[in-house]
Design a protein around this ligand. Structure first.
Ligand code: ADP
Ligand code: MG
Length: 415
């Protein structure tokens, strides 16, 4: 028949007649057998070099070959490919023992009509077993690669986390440096004016002294000129003195704050004086505006803490008020209040700027949170403040704000 399914089959049987019967039954049942008949162990061993056999059909009683040996050889070479026994006479126990050894079915010669349905079923089951094995293999493979992938990803993640932490540290450091840099610029700017006055007064004095010396050399005894000179010299010296004092003050304050910020040491200091010093240094950035800063702090409040950290906190808060809070506001008010109660310093910082909505307040202390990215802001200022208060000062900071209602920071720390 044309549409018969080809079947690559080994037939283990000593009787050519029986084989003919089998082949006929197979054809009737819809197969087109491509078969090899063998009846000895050697022949089977040779035939099994070919691994494409789909099925073995074996006789039970053979003069030169035990069916058990045939089954064993088959299993060794073909695994669990179907092995079906066809026999004339066999006792039940023998059949059972064969099936237990792994034969797939047992069919009596007088019931050959059962053969092809049995083969159909066995071939289907082979397919099912093959698919299951493939699926199991795929799962094992997947598990292995999955573990490997998880390990690799974890390592990648750890590396990028380490890189991120390093970058963040560097950024925090550079933010600190930028704060110091800002101070330097401010101080340089402040020093310029008294220095200019000093230089002008000195050059006046130099000129006047030269004139006086010329007069004296030419023996012109001009009392009026001498009196004028003394007057000019007095004025000039006063200006030079005043200017130098201003410069000295500025340099001293700057040195204090810079040293505190760089060294990070703790010491005893007067809190109000420290606040005033910070404002004095910071002043150039406020002076040209109409914003005001007021300090409410007892004169005699002396604490033991970290002045560098405190000035960094205040400078950050001041610069945020001016940059963010007073954006589009001409006349902003900042109020700093400090009081000590039983070993805890409570510092409140308020501005009456534009404030923040709830979402911004929530994210305020997150590193890299900024509403002005791309305008020279990186969003580390408040994170630095948070870390300074929590870690360096060992305290707490809290922000209260509403949109349009300014901000209030409450900072408490042991002092
Ligand atoms: N006083 C303030 N008034 C209004 N908004 C503020 C104030 N201080 C901080 N903010 C908001 O918090 C954000 C984070 O501040 P900060 O961490 O200092 O980063 P940056 O100043 O680089 O933006 C700012 O971008 C701003 O939106
Ligand atoms: Mg800032």
């Amino acid at each position: 028949m044309e549409n018969n399914r080809p079947l690559h089959v080994i037939i283990i049987d000593d009787s050519k007649r029986d084989v003919q019967l089998l082949v006929r039954a197979l054809k009737r049942g819809g197969f087109e057998p491509d078969f090899l008949r063998i009846d000895s162990s050697e022949e089977l061993t040779a035939a099994l070099e070919d691994k494409t056999w789909e099925i073995a059909i074996s006789d039970y009683h053979m003069p030169n070959f035990l069916v058990e040996d045939a089954l064993h050889l088959w299993q060794e070479n073909m695994g669990d490919a179907p092995f079906v026994v066809v026999s004339g006479a066999i006792v039940d126990e023998e059949a059972v023992s064969l099936l237990l050894s792994g034969a797939h079915d047992f069919i009596r010669k007088d019931k050959l009509a059962r053969l092809t349905p049995a083969i159909d079923r066995e071939l289907r089951e082979v397919e099912v077993r093959r698919k299951r094995r493939e699926a199991e293999q795929a799962v094992i493979q997947l598990n292995a690669t999955l573990e490997q992938r998880v390990v690799e990803r974890t390592m990648e993640l750890q590396e990028s986390l380490a890189a991120l932490q390093k970058t963040q540290k560097q950024l925090v450091e550079s933010q600190k440096m930028a704060a110091l840099g800002c101070l330097v610029t401010g101080v340089a700017h402040e020093i310029n004016t008294p220095l200019g006055i000093g230089i002008t007064a000195t050059s006046h004095l130099v000129n006047a002294t030269k004139n006086l010396r010329d007069n004296l050399n030419s023996k012109q005894d001009d009392v009026h000129a001498t009196t004028e000179y003394i007057k000019l010299a007095d004025e000039s010296l006063e200006m030079i003195n005043g200017s130098l004092k201003k410069v000295a003050d500025l340099v001293r304050s700057f040195k204090n704050i810079a040293v505190d910020q760089c060294s990070g040491d703790n010491r005893k200091f007067n809190f109000k004086e420290q606040l005033e010093e910070i404002l004095f240094i910071y002043n150039p950035r406020i002076r040209n505006t109409k914003h005001t800063v007021s300090i409410n702090c007892p004169d005699n409040l002396v604490i033991n803490s970290f002045p560098g950290a405190i000035s960094e906190v205040i400078v950050n808060l001041l610069s945020n008020s001016i940059k963010h809070g007073f954006e589009d506001i001409e006349q902003g008010k900042i109020e700093i209040t400090a009081a000590n109660s039983s070993g805890t310093l409570r510092l409140t910082y308020e501005d009456d700027g534009k404030g923040m909505d709830e979402k911004k307040v929530e994210r305020l202390f997150e590193p890299f949170f900024t509403t002005k990215r791309g305008q020279g802001n990186i969003g580390l200022g408040m994170n630095v403040v948070y870390n300074l208060v929590n870690h360096t000062l060992g305290g707490q900071i809290q922000c209260q704000s509403r949109l349009g209602e300014g901000v209030k920071f409450i900072i408490t720390f042991p002092a």
